[in-house]
Design a protein around this ligand. Structure first.
Ligand SMILES: [Zn+2]
Ligand SMILES: [Zn+2]
Length: 167
């Protein structure tokens, strides 16, 4: 067994929450809008059933190539990560009822409404992002579990990226 400096037993493996959140972080790196890179994975029974990131409709221009399409100060080109993940379930026929989501940033109101209506029971998020008060009210109303996840350096250190570097 490995012990921490405080003498607690340290898990040899990364915890599920950090494992799934890191996948969301990885997905965020595929985001095509520079205003905010967001990634999301939908998980059922410890299994990832879908993932998404902030991006335009397939075939349309990418914000990173041609700039954002701004209307009233908001980029309207992209589909949010959470929505892309839910849409992937719709497209390939995976039920989202009772599933949970791991998302890098607190969902906006539109995404929150969609997640609740799709039957998502737990929202795991990494960073606060203009946490919408009505979204929070709906989350309470539907008795959805909100879980703010922390990623620490020691979580990062468990993934030995260096070992996989090509020459
Ligand atoms: Zn954009
Ligand atoms: Zn959203």
């Amino acid at each position: 067994m490995i012990y921490t400096m405080e003498g607690e037993i340290m898990d040899k493996r990364i915890k599920w929450d950090q494992y799934f959140m890191m996948q969301a972080v990885l997905l965020a790196s595929r985001s095509t809008c520079e205003r905010l890179s967001v990634g999301a994975v939908i998980v059922r029974d410890k299994r990832i059933i879908a993932g998404g990131y902030n991006g335009s409709v397939a075939g349309d221009d990418h914000c990173i190539d041609v700039g954002c399409y701004l209307v009233d100060g908001h980029c309207v080109r992209t589909i949010h990560a959470e929505m892309n993940a839910i849409l992937q379930c719709a497209k390939f026929g995976e039920s989202t009822d009772g599933a949970e989501i791991y998302v890098t940033d607190f969902p906006c109101l539109q995404c929150t409404k969609m997640l609740l209506q799709a039957g998502i029971r737990k929202i795991n998020y990494l960073r606060n992002y203009h946490n919408d008060s009505y979204a929070q009210k709906l989350i309470q109303l539907k008795d959805i579990t909100l879980n703010k996840i922390n990623l620490t350096q020691s979580d990062m250190d468990r993934v030995p990226f260096d070992a996989y570097l090509s020459d």
